[in-house]
Design a protein around this ligand. Sequence first.
Ligand code: PLP
Length: 382
Amino acid sequence: MRCTPEAIAAALGDIDARNLRRRRELAPDGRLNFCSNDYLGLATDERLSSAMAEAARQLGAGAGASHLISGHSAEHDALERELAEFTRRERALVFSTGYMANLGVLSALADRHAVLIADELNHASLIDAVRLVRSSSNHRYPHGDAAEATCLLDTHAPTSEVNGSGTFLITDGVFSMDGDLAPLPELADAVARHHGWLIVDDAHGLGVVGETGRGSCELHGLSARHVPVLIGTFGKAFGTFGAFIAGDADVIELIMQRARTYIYTTALPPAVAAATRMALAIVHEESWRRDHLNSLISRFREGATSRGIHLMHSTTPIQPMVLGSAEAALSASAKLSAAGFRVTAIRPPTVPLGTARLRITLSAAHSESQIDQLLVALEAAI
Ligand SMILES: *Cc1c(COP(=O)(O)O)cnc(C)c1O
């Protein structure tokens, strides 16, 4: 694109013509929110805001520097220890965002000769992380297809550990726009046969899935041996902001030494770390949040089936309904809005062309009757 005012206006006109203009709307706004990632209802929990306020009063509003200069506080340190315990890994490293964690982990561990194999529906930050490595051996398999992933490994991965620069299989644990689970046990098996690394971004799984909320690894009974690099974010179920990577101590140390998105950025405000510690404690203690959420998910799916509303196959709080065109998704979203429900239309390029959808997300903060009201409104909107 040429940088003339005409070219910019034309590019915006093109976005409008395809119904792809995105708009921000202020939150909260009185509508019932069915599109946040606040799965456990912790973002507005008073205990988190108190922990944040208290820490801010003691430690200030900001970290003041990057972690390796003077920005690393006792709150970050304690949070990292608690995260390591929570994920049952030797060590965790806090990043300022999940986007940065994903860019950092791959650029720290993989070089241009690495073999990178990724699910085609991985989160944008994982896609960019792969791009940043600039390996010529980078491959995508059809979404969730472990057999195809295995084929790619068989074709491209070096046959022994000593050959090559490492093989990495990279996937979301719970897919952000589909809500389905990666076939982690099959992927872990295939990667292990090739002495590769399985990297799992469990942003939407941690806190939510697994018996005690320890995420996709817990759900599938996988340990650090199977998933040596685990990424989590705080902006979803934990209700705050930031991210972490967990793994063996040496792996984490190497990431800390090498990841430019860790080294050259300001540390998370310590007050955010303090609020996240509170969230982690609540995730531990209040298992009723997961129980309630799971019962809402069942209620919603059963209600949808009985009304002939077709949902994607998902057992998580992400319950998308594909409507096809961007126009159809926008129109349904507008009708829901008029009825008092906030459900954003998700359009390309966030999802593949022709699969625009309503991405409905449920939260432990919802009540059963709110789910029933949503179902009535949905039936009328589509
Ligand atoms: C939200 C998300 C991220 C980005 O995390 P931020 O902390 O919001 O930058 C990364 N991966 C997945 C799968 C996500 O859903």
